[in-house]
Design a protein around this ligand. Structure first.
Ligand code: P53
Length: 476
Protein backbone atom coordinates (compact mmCIF):
# COMPACT_ATOMS: atom_id res chain seq x y z
CA UNK A 1 0.00 0.00 0.00
CA UNK A 2 1.55 3.25 -1.09
CA UNK A 3 -1.07 5.37 0.61
CA UNK A 4 -2.22 7.20 -2.52
CA UNK A 5 -5.81 6.53 -3.40
CA UNK A 6 -6.86 4.44 -6.36
CA UNK A 7 -7.21 6.70 -9.36
CA UNK A 8 -4.59 9.10 -8.00
CA UNK A 9 -3.86 11.54 -10.82
CA UNK A 10 -0.18 11.05 -11.60
CA UNK A 11 0.85 13.08 -14.60
CA UNK A 12 2.73 16.14 -15.76
CA UNK A 13 2.04 19.86 -16.17
CA UNK A 14 2.74 22.50 -18.80
CA UNK A 15 1.15 25.72 -20.07
CA UNK A 16 0.17 26.49 -23.66
CA UNK A 17 2.43 29.49 -24.18
CA UNK A 18 5.50 27.70 -22.84
CA UNK A 19 5.39 24.75 -25.22
CA UNK A 20 2.93 25.13 -28.09
CA UNK A 21 4.66 27.68 -30.30
CA UNK A 22 2.58 28.16 -33.45
CA UNK A 23 1.97 31.67 -32.20
CA UNK A 24 0.20 32.71 -35.40
CA UNK A 25 -1.26 29.35 -36.44
CA UNK A 26 -4.99 28.79 -36.80
CA UNK A 27 -5.86 32.45 -36.37
CA UNK A 28 -4.24 32.78 -32.93
CA UNK A 29 -3.93 36.31 -31.57
CA UNK A 30 -0.93 37.87 -29.82
CA UNK A 31 -0.77 37.07 -26.10
CA UNK A 32 1.12 38.76 -23.29
CA UNK A 33 3.65 35.92 -23.51
CA UNK A 34 4.29 36.81 -27.16
CA UNK A 35 5.69 40.24 -26.25
CA UNK A 36 8.19 39.01 -23.67
CA UNK A 37 11.83 38.55 -24.65
CA UNK A 38 14.27 36.02 -23.23
CA UNK A 39 15.98 36.99 -19.97
CA UNK A 40 18.21 35.02 -17.61
CA UNK A 41 18.77 34.53 -13.87
CA UNK A 42 18.97 38.11 -12.61
CA UNK A 43 18.10 39.56 -16.04
CA UNK A 44 14.36 40.28 -16.27
CA UNK A 45 12.47 39.49 -19.44
CA UNK A 46 11.73 42.65 -21.39
CA UNK A 47 8.06 43.44 -22.00
CA UNK A 48 8.03 45.17 -25.38
CA UNK A 49 5.36 47.40 -26.91
CA UNK A 50 3.99 44.76 -29.23
CA UNK A 51 6.17 42.37 -31.21
CA UNK A 52 9.30 44.24 -32.34
CA UNK A 53 11.70 43.15 -35.10
CA UNK A 54 15.10 41.82 -34.07
CA UNK A 55 14.05 40.65 -30.59
CA UNK A 56 14.17 37.07 -29.30
CA UNK A 57 10.66 36.00 -28.26
CA UNK A 58 11.11 32.42 -27.07
CA UNK A 59 7.38 31.63 -26.79
CA UNK A 60 6.73 32.18 -30.51
CA UNK A 61 8.11 28.79 -31.40
CA UNK A 62 8.61 27.33 -27.91
CA UNK A 63 9.05 23.56 -28.41
CA UNK A 64 6.56 23.36 -31.29
CA UNK A 65 4.13 21.19 -29.37
CA UNK A 66 1.44 22.62 -31.64
CA UNK A 67 2.74 20.42 -34.44
CA UNK A 68 4.31 17.63 -32.38
CA UNK A 69 1.78 16.94 -29.66
CA UNK A 70 0.87 13.47 -30.90
CA UNK A 71 4.42 12.20 -30.47
CA UNK A 72 4.85 14.02 -27.15
CA UNK A 73 1.64 12.57 -25.74
CA UNK A 74 2.87 9.10 -26.70
CA UNK A 75 5.91 9.66 -24.51
CA UNK A 76 3.67 10.81 -21.63
CA UNK A 77 1.57 7.68 -22.10
CA UNK A 78 4.74 5.59 -22.07
CA UNK A 79 5.51 7.04 -18.62
CA UNK A 80 2.03 5.97 -17.57
CA UNK A 81 0.43 9.38 -17.13
CA UNK A 82 -3.14 9.31 -15.85
CA UNK A 83 -3.55 13.01 -16.52
CA UNK A 84 -1.93 15.88 -18.37
CA UNK A 85 -2.26 19.45 -17.16
CA UNK A 86 -2.08 22.14 -19.80
CA UNK A 87 -3.87 25.41 -20.49
CA UNK A 88 -6.06 26.61 -23.31
CA UNK A 89 -4.40 29.58 -24.98
CA UNK A 90 -7.14 32.20 -24.66
CA UNK A 91 -5.82 33.81 -27.90
CA UNK A 92 -6.56 30.69 -29.93
CA UNK A 93 -10.23 30.91 -28.92
CA UNK A 94 -10.65 34.69 -28.76
CA UNK A 95 -7.64 36.16 -30.60
CA UNK A 96 -8.21 39.68 -29.30
CA UNK A 97 -10.18 38.71 -26.22
CA UNK A 98 -13.15 40.99 -26.86
CA UNK A 99 -14.81 39.21 -29.81
CA UNK A 100 -18.35 37.94 -29.43
CA UNK A 101 -17.81 34.67 -31.30
CA UNK A 102 -14.95 32.22 -30.86
CA UNK A 103 -12.38 31.16 -33.45
CA UNK A 104 -13.34 27.70 -34.66
CA UNK A 105 -9.81 26.72 -35.72
CA UNK A 106 -8.60 27.27 -32.15
CA UNK A 107 -11.47 25.28 -30.68
CA UNK A 108 -10.75 22.45 -33.12
CA UNK A 109 -7.08 22.32 -32.07
CA UNK A 110 -8.03 21.59 -28.45
CA UNK A 111 -10.69 19.10 -29.53
CA UNK A 112 -7.98 17.20 -31.37
CA UNK A 113 -5.51 17.52 -28.49
CA UNK A 114 -8.02 16.29 -25.89
CA UNK A 115 -9.19 13.45 -28.14
CA UNK A 116 -5.59 12.32 -28.50
CA UNK A 117 -5.12 12.43 -24.71
CA UNK A 118 -8.28 10.42 -24.08
CA UNK A 119 -7.31 7.86 -26.72
CA UNK A 120 -4.14 7.26 -24.69
CA UNK A 121 -6.05 7.02 -21.40
CA UNK A 122 -4.79 10.43 -20.25
CA UNK A 123 -7.27 12.79 -18.62
CA UNK A 124 -6.73 16.47 -19.55
CA UNK A 125 -6.60 18.92 -16.63
CA UNK A 126 -7.10 22.44 -17.91
CA UNK A 127 -6.12 25.92 -16.74
CA UNK A 128 -8.13 28.74 -18.30
CA UNK A 129 -5.67 31.58 -17.83
CA UNK A 130 -2.01 30.74 -17.48
CA UNK A 131 0.09 33.89 -18.13
CA UNK A 132 -1.18 34.16 -21.73
CA UNK A 133 -4.12 36.57 -21.89
CA UNK A 134 -4.73 38.44 -25.16
CA UNK A 135 -2.32 41.36 -25.53
CA UNK A 136 -5.13 43.39 -27.12
CA UNK A 137 -6.83 43.44 -23.70
CA UNK A 138 -3.72 45.15 -22.34
CA UNK A 139 -3.46 47.83 -25.00
CA UNK A 140 -7.19 48.55 -25.35
CA UNK A 141 -8.45 48.04 -21.81
CA UNK A 142 -5.46 48.27 -19.47
CA UNK A 143 -5.65 44.59 -18.60
CA UNK A 144 -7.45 43.48 -15.46
CA UNK A 145 -7.58 47.00 -14.03
CA UNK A 146 -10.70 47.18 -16.20
CA UNK A 147 -13.96 45.61 -15.01
CA UNK A 148 -14.88 44.79 -18.61
CA UNK A 149 -12.43 41.89 -18.54
CA UNK A 150 -14.79 39.94 -16.30
CA UNK A 151 -17.26 39.72 -19.18
CA UNK A 152 -14.58 38.70 -21.69
CA UNK A 153 -13.15 36.01 -19.42
CA UNK A 154 -16.53 34.57 -18.51
CA UNK A 155 -17.48 34.39 -22.19
CA UNK A 156 -14.26 32.50 -22.91
CA UNK A 157 -14.85 30.16 -19.94
CA UNK A 158 -18.45 29.40 -20.97
CA UNK A 159 -17.41 28.63 -24.55
CA UNK A 160 -14.74 26.13 -23.53
CA UNK A 161 -16.76 24.55 -20.68
CA UNK A 162 -19.61 23.96 -23.12
CA UNK A 163 -17.41 22.70 -25.91
CA UNK A 164 -15.22 20.34 -23.85
CA UNK A 165 -17.56 19.34 -21.01
CA UNK A 166 -17.48 15.68 -22.06
CA UNK A 167 -13.70 15.62 -22.55
CA UNK A 168 -12.41 17.66 -19.61
CA UNK A 169 -13.62 17.24 -16.04
CA UNK A 170 -10.93 19.09 -14.03
CA UNK A 171 -10.39 22.80 -14.57
CA UNK A 172 -8.60 25.69 -12.88
CA UNK A 173 -9.38 29.37 -13.44
CA UNK A 174 -6.30 31.60 -12.92
CA UNK A 175 -2.82 30.15 -12.69
CA UNK A 176 -0.90 31.28 -9.59
CA UNK A 177 -3.29 34.19 -9.10
CA UNK A 178 -1.31 35.23 -6.01
CA UNK A 179 2.04 35.79 -7.81
CA UNK A 180 0.98 39.40 -8.19
CA UNK A 181 1.47 39.90 -4.46
CA UNK A 182 4.95 40.58 -5.87
CA UNK A 183 3.71 43.80 -7.47
CA UNK A 184 6.96 45.80 -7.36
CA UNK A 185 8.42 43.77 -10.18
CA UNK A 186 6.95 44.01 -13.67
CA UNK A 187 6.71 40.26 -14.37
CA UNK A 188 3.91 39.07 -12.10
CA UNK A 189 1.45 41.96 -12.63
CA UNK A 190 1.91 41.65 -16.39
CA UNK A 191 1.66 37.87 -16.65
CA UNK A 192 -1.13 37.50 -14.08
CA UNK A 193 -3.21 40.49 -15.05
CA UNK A 194 -1.86 42.30 -18.10
CA UNK A 195 -0.93 45.27 -15.89
CA UNK A 196 1.57 47.84 -17.05
CA UNK A 197 2.25 50.56 -14.55
CA UNK A 198 2.89 54.25 -15.11
CA UNK A 199 6.15 55.51 -13.59
CA UNK A 200 5.48 56.51 -10.01
CA UNK A 201 2.03 54.92 -9.93
CA UNK A 202 0.94 53.43 -6.59
CA UNK A 203 1.04 49.82 -7.70
CA UNK A 204 -0.43 48.06 -4.70
CA UNK A 205 -4.12 49.12 -4.92
CA UNK A 206 -4.08 48.50 -8.68
CA UNK A 207 -2.97 44.95 -8.00
CA UNK A 208 -5.77 44.45 -5.46
CA UNK A 209 -8.33 45.83 -7.89
CA UNK A 210 -7.17 43.57 -10.72
CA UNK A 211 -7.13 40.55 -8.42
CA UNK A 212 -10.64 41.41 -7.27
CA UNK A 213 -11.99 41.44 -10.82
CA UNK A 214 -10.24 38.12 -11.48
CA UNK A 215 -11.74 36.58 -8.36
CA UNK A 216 -15.20 37.73 -9.41
CA UNK A 217 -14.58 36.37 -12.93
CA UNK A 218 -13.40 33.09 -11.44
CA UNK A 219 -16.50 32.80 -9.26
CA UNK A 220 -18.81 33.56 -12.20
CA UNK A 221 -16.96 30.92 -14.24
CA UNK A 222 -17.41 28.34 -11.47
CA UNK A 223 -21.10 29.13 -11.31
CA UNK A 224 -21.43 28.87 -15.09
CA UNK A 225 -19.60 25.54 -15.13
CA UNK A 226 -22.07 24.09 -12.63
CA UNK A 227 -24.97 25.26 -14.78
CA UNK A 228 -23.42 23.80 -17.93
CA UNK A 229 -22.55 20.46 -16.35
CA UNK A 230 -22.59 19.69 -12.62
CA UNK A 231 -19.97 16.98 -13.14
CA UNK A 232 -17.29 19.58 -13.85
CA UNK A 233 -14.79 20.23 -11.05
CA UNK A 234 -13.34 23.72 -10.92
CA UNK A 235 -10.35 24.61 -8.80
CA UNK A 236 -8.28 27.67 -8.04
CA UNK A 237 -4.52 27.67 -8.56
CA UNK A 238 -2.22 29.14 -5.95
CA UNK A 239 1.57 29.52 -5.99
CA UNK A 240 2.46 28.12 -2.58
CA UNK A 241 5.76 29.25 -1.12
CA UNK A 242 5.16 28.95 2.63
CA UNK A 243 6.80 31.79 4.53
CA UNK A 244 8.69 30.76 7.64
CA UNK A 245 9.87 33.06 10.42
CA UNK A 246 13.66 33.29 10.38
CA UNK A 247 13.70 32.77 14.17
CA UNK A 248 11.21 32.02 16.94
CA UNK A 249 11.33 35.63 18.12
CA UNK A 250 7.64 36.56 18.56
CA UNK A 251 7.83 39.44 16.09
CA UNK A 252 9.41 37.19 13.47
CA UNK A 253 6.49 34.83 13.95
CA UNK A 254 3.99 37.68 13.56
CA UNK A 255 5.85 38.91 10.51
CA UNK A 256 5.57 35.43 8.96
CA UNK A 257 1.87 35.32 9.74
CA UNK A 258 1.28 38.72 8.14
CA UNK A 259 3.30 37.61 5.13
CA UNK A 260 1.11 34.52 4.78
CA UNK A 261 -1.97 36.73 5.04
CA UNK A 262 -0.73 39.00 2.27
CA UNK A 263 0.25 36.17 -0.08
CA UNK A 264 -2.62 33.71 0.47
CA UNK A 265 -5.83 35.71 1.06
CA UNK A 266 -6.64 34.93 -2.57
CA UNK A 267 -7.35 31.35 -1.47
CA UNK A 268 -9.79 32.55 1.22
CA UNK A 269 -11.84 34.38 -1.41
CA UNK A 270 -11.77 31.45 -3.84
CA UNK A 271 -12.73 28.90 -1.18
CA UNK A 272 -14.95 30.82 1.24
CA UNK A 273 -16.38 33.39 -1.16
CA UNK A 274 -15.46 36.36 0.96
CA UNK A 275 -12.56 38.57 1.92
CA UNK A 276 -10.78 37.84 5.18
CA UNK A 277 -11.27 40.58 7.76
CA UNK A 278 -7.52 41.21 8.12
CA UNK A 279 -7.38 42.30 4.48
CA UNK A 280 -10.42 44.57 4.73
CA UNK A 281 -8.80 46.22 7.74
CA UNK A 282 -5.56 46.56 5.81
CA UNK A 283 -7.38 48.25 2.88
CA UNK A 284 -8.87 50.67 5.36
CA UNK A 285 -5.58 51.43 7.07
CA UNK A 286 -3.90 52.06 3.71
CA UNK A 287 -6.85 54.06 2.36
CA UNK A 288 -7.41 51.77 -0.63
CA UNK A 289 -10.89 52.51 -2.01
CA UNK A 290 -11.55 49.56 -4.27
CA UNK A 291 -14.43 48.98 -6.64
CA UNK A 292 -16.13 46.05 -4.88
CA UNK A 293 -19.89 46.00 -5.37
CA UNK A 294 -22.69 44.10 -3.63
CA UNK A 295 -23.20 42.11 -6.83
CA UNK A 296 -19.52 41.17 -6.71
CA UNK A 297 -19.86 39.97 -3.11
CA UNK A 298 -22.87 37.93 -4.09
CA UNK A 299 -21.04 36.42 -7.06
CA UNK A 300 -18.10 35.46 -4.87
CA UNK A 301 -20.31 33.49 -2.51
CA UNK A 302 -21.91 31.64 -5.42
CA UNK A 303 -18.72 30.53 -7.11
CA UNK A 304 -16.61 28.82 -4.47
CA UNK A 305 -14.13 26.35 -5.91
CA UNK A 306 -14.34 22.55 -5.67
CA UNK A 307 -10.67 21.94 -4.98
CA UNK A 308 -7.38 23.75 -4.46
CA UNK A 309 -4.74 23.32 -7.12
CA UNK A 310 -1.34 24.64 -6.18
CA UNK A 311 2.28 24.79 -7.26
CA UNK A 312 5.11 24.12 -4.87
CA UNK A 313 8.77 24.74 -5.69
CA UNK A 314 10.29 26.36 -2.62
CA UNK A 315 9.73 27.92 0.76
CA UNK A 316 10.51 31.49 1.80
CA UNK A 317 11.62 33.02 5.09
CA UNK A 318 11.10 36.47 6.61
CA UNK A 319 11.94 38.47 9.70
CA UNK A 320 10.76 41.55 11.53
CA UNK A 321 12.85 44.72 11.23
CA UNK A 322 12.89 47.91 13.28
CA UNK A 323 11.94 50.09 10.34
CA UNK A 324 8.73 48.10 9.85
CA UNK A 325 6.72 48.55 13.05
CA UNK A 326 3.44 47.38 11.48
CA UNK A 327 5.18 44.21 10.29
CA UNK A 328 3.90 44.77 6.77
CA UNK A 329 5.04 42.30 4.14
CA UNK A 330 6.67 43.49 0.95
CA UNK A 331 7.73 40.59 -1.22
CA UNK A 332 10.68 42.41 -2.76
CA UNK A 333 12.26 43.46 0.55
CA UNK A 334 10.92 41.23 3.32
CA UNK A 335 12.37 37.87 2.30
CA UNK A 336 15.58 36.51 3.78
CA UNK A 337 17.67 33.47 2.99
CA UNK A 338 16.95 30.31 4.97
CA UNK A 339 20.25 28.99 6.33
CA UNK A 340 18.89 25.43 6.71
CA UNK A 341 18.18 24.68 3.05
CA UNK A 342 20.08 24.58 -0.25
CA UNK A 343 19.24 26.63 -3.34
CA UNK A 344 18.93 25.78 -7.04
CA UNK A 345 21.12 27.53 -9.64
CA UNK A 346 18.29 30.06 -9.95
CA UNK A 347 18.27 30.75 -6.21
CA UNK A 348 15.09 28.77 -5.45
CA UNK A 349 15.27 27.23 -1.96
CA UNK A 350 14.96 23.45 -2.00
CA UNK A 351 12.72 22.31 0.84
CA UNK A 352 10.79 19.02 0.51
CA UNK A 353 9.45 19.26 4.08
CA UNK A 354 7.87 22.55 3.04
CA UNK A 355 5.61 20.58 0.72
CA UNK A 356 4.27 18.49 3.60
CA UNK A 357 3.84 21.68 5.59
CA UNK A 358 1.99 23.34 2.70
CA UNK A 359 -0.37 20.39 2.23
CA UNK A 360 -1.22 20.50 5.91
CA UNK A 361 -1.58 24.27 5.91
CA UNK A 362 -4.07 24.19 3.05
CA UNK A 363 -6.00 21.28 4.49
CA UNK A 364 -6.16 22.78 8.00
CA UNK A 365 -7.45 26.05 6.59
CA UNK A 366 -9.88 24.89 3.95
CA UNK A 367 -10.69 21.15 4.20
CA UNK A 368 -10.96 20.88 0.44
CA UNK A 369 -9.34 18.25 -1.80
CA UNK A 370 -5.86 19.36 -2.86
CA UNK A 371 -4.08 18.87 -6.16
CA UNK A 372 -0.34 19.49 -6.54
CA UNK A 373 -0.38 20.76 -10.11
CA UNK A 374 3.26 21.89 -10.25
CA UNK A 375 6.47 20.84 -8.53
CA UNK A 376 9.90 20.49 -10.02
CA UNK A 377 13.54 21.34 -10.29
CA UNK A 378 14.80 23.78 -12.90
CA UNK A 379 18.37 22.78 -13.70
CA UNK A 380 21.02 22.81 -16.40
CA UNK A 381 21.07 19.40 -18.09
CA UNK A 382 23.91 17.95 -20.12
CA UNK A 383 23.01 15.89 -23.16
CA UNK A 384 25.60 13.08 -23.42
CA UNK A 385 26.89 11.94 -26.81
CA UNK A 386 24.78 8.78 -26.57
CA UNK A 387 21.64 10.93 -26.25
CA UNK A 388 21.08 10.35 -22.52
CA UNK A 389 20.80 12.90 -19.72
CA UNK A 390 21.90 11.82 -16.26
CA UNK A 391 19.58 14.03 -14.22
CA UNK A 392 19.98 12.28 -10.88
CA UNK A 393 19.59 15.71 -9.13
CA UNK A 394 16.06 15.93 -10.55
CA UNK A 395 15.23 12.42 -9.35
CA UNK A 396 16.61 13.35 -5.90
CA UNK A 397 14.49 16.51 -5.78
CA UNK A 398 11.27 14.86 -6.92
CA UNK A 399 11.61 11.70 -4.84
CA UNK A 400 12.27 13.75 -1.69
CA UNK A 401 9.14 15.81 -2.42
CA UNK A 402 6.98 12.78 -3.17
CA UNK A 403 8.19 11.17 0.09
CA UNK A 404 6.98 14.22 2.03
CA UNK A 405 3.73 14.30 0.05
CA UNK A 406 3.20 10.69 1.06
CA UNK A 407 3.65 11.56 4.74
CA UNK A 408 1.03 14.30 4.39
CA UNK A 409 -1.40 11.76 2.97
CA UNK A 410 -0.61 8.71 5.10
CA UNK A 411 0.37 10.23 8.43
CA UNK A 412 -1.52 13.52 8.34
CA UNK A 413 -4.65 12.48 6.44
CA UNK A 414 -4.62 15.17 3.79
CA UNK A 415 -7.02 14.57 0.87
CA UNK A 416 -4.77 14.68 -2.21
CA UNK A 417 -6.15 14.21 -5.73
CA UNK A 418 -2.99 14.05 -7.77
CA UNK A 419 0.52 15.18 -8.59
CA UNK A 420 1.67 16.71 -11.87
CA UNK A 421 5.34 17.73 -11.91
CA UNK A 422 6.04 20.92 -13.83
CA UNK A 423 7.51 21.04 -17.31
CA UNK A 424 7.34 17.29 -17.79
CA UNK A 425 8.87 17.97 -21.19
CA UNK A 426 11.50 20.75 -21.38
CA UNK A 427 9.89 24.06 -22.24
CA UNK A 428 10.39 27.82 -22.08
CA UNK A 429 10.85 29.10 -18.53
CA UNK A 430 8.10 31.52 -17.54
CA UNK A 431 10.25 33.58 -15.22
CA UNK A 432 13.34 33.92 -17.39
CA UNK A 433 12.32 32.87 -20.91
CA UNK A 434 15.27 30.49 -20.98
CA UNK A 435 15.34 26.98 -22.42
CA UNK A 436 18.31 25.97 -20.28
CA UNK A 437 16.26 26.10 -17.07
CA UNK A 438 14.94 22.62 -17.69
CA UNK A 439 12.36 20.65 -15.71
CA UNK A 440 11.53 17.76 -18.03
CA UNK A 441 11.68 13.99 -18.03
CA UNK A 442 12.04 14.50 -21.78
CA UNK A 443 14.93 16.54 -23.15
CA UNK A 444 14.25 18.94 -26.02
CA UNK A 445 17.15 19.92 -28.24
CA UNK A 446 16.92 23.69 -28.21
CA UNK A 447 19.05 26.39 -26.58
CA UNK A 448 18.44 29.86 -25.21
CA UNK A 449 19.13 31.47 -28.58
CA UNK A 450 16.57 29.25 -30.28
CA UNK A 451 19.03 26.90 -32.00
CA UNK A 452 18.50 23.13 -32.04
CA UNK A 453 16.64 20.38 -33.83
CA UNK A 454 13.76 20.24 -31.31
CA UNK A 455 14.40 16.47 -31.14
CA UNK A 456 13.09 14.76 -28.00
CA UNK A 457 14.98 12.24 -25.87
CA UNK A 458 14.29 10.43 -22.62
CA UNK A 459 16.28 11.52 -19.56
CA UNK A 460 17.23 9.17 -16.72
CA UNK A 461 14.28 10.59 -14.76
CA UNK A 462 11.90 9.30 -17.45
CA UNK A 463 12.24 5.63 -16.45
CA UNK A 464 12.33 6.64 -12.77
CA UNK A 465 9.00 8.47 -12.98
CA UNK A 466 7.52 5.64 -15.03
CA UNK A 467 8.25 3.32 -12.10
CA UNK A 468 6.87 5.78 -9.54
CA UNK A 469 3.57 5.81 -11.40
CA UNK A 470 3.53 2.06 -12.03
CA UNK A 471 3.95 1.41 -8.29
CA UNK A 472 1.51 4.21 -7.32
CA UNK A 473 4.33 5.93 -5.46
CA UNK A 474 5.62 2.91 -3.56
CA UNK A 475 9.01 2.93 -5.25
CA UNK A 476 10.81 6.23 -5.19
P1 P53 B 1 10.07 29.14 -14.14
C1 P53 B 1 7.55 32.13 -9.57
C2 P53 B 1 7.47 31.38 -8.41
C3 P53 B 1 6.85 30.15 -8.41
C4 P53 B 1 6.30 29.67 -9.59
O1 P53 B 1 8.90 28.74 -13.15
C5 P53 B 1 6.35 30.42 -10.74
C6 P53 B 1 6.97 31.64 -10.75
C7 P53 B 1 7.06 32.45 -11.99
O2 P53 B 1 8.32 32.28 -12.58
O3 P53 B 1 5.75 30.05 -11.91
C8 P53 B 1 5.24 28.75 -12.11
O4 P53 B 1 9.62 28.75 -15.51
C9 P53 B 1 4.35 28.83 -13.33
C10 P53 B 1 4.92 28.17 -14.54
C11 P53 B 1 6.43 28.26 -14.50
C12 P53 B 1 6.91 27.44 -13.30
O5 P53 B 1 6.33 27.91 -12.11
O6 P53 B 1 10.23 30.60 -13.97
O7 P53 B 1 3.03 28.39 -13.10
O8 P53 B 1 4.35 28.76 -15.68
O9 P53 B 1 7.07 27.84 -15.65
C13 P53 B 1 8.41 27.44 -13.14
O10 P53 B 1 11.27 28.34 -13.71
Amino acid sequence: MSGFKAGFLWGGAVAAHQLEGGWKEGGKGVSVADVMTAGAHGVPREITDGVLPGKNYPNHEAIDFYHRYKDDLKLFAEMGYKCFRTSIAWTRIFPNGDELTPNEAGLQFYDDLFDECLKLGIEPVITLSHFEMPYHLVTEYGGWRNRKLIEFFVRFAKVVFTRYQHKVKYWMTFNEINNQANYHEDFAPFTNSGLKYQPGEDREPVMYQAAHYELVASALAVKAAREINPALQIGCMIAMCPIYPLTCAPNDMMMAMNAMHRRYWFTDVHVRGKYPQHLLNYFQRRGFALDITDEDRQALTEGCVDYIGFSYYMSFATKATEDNPQLDYDETTSLVSNPYVQKSDWGWQIDPVGLRYSLNWFYDHYQLPLFIVENGFGAIDVLESDGTVNDQYRIDYLSAHIAEMKKAVVEDGVDLMGYTPWGCIDLVSAGTGEMKKRYGFIYVDKDNEGNGTLARSRKKSFAWYQKVIATNGSEL
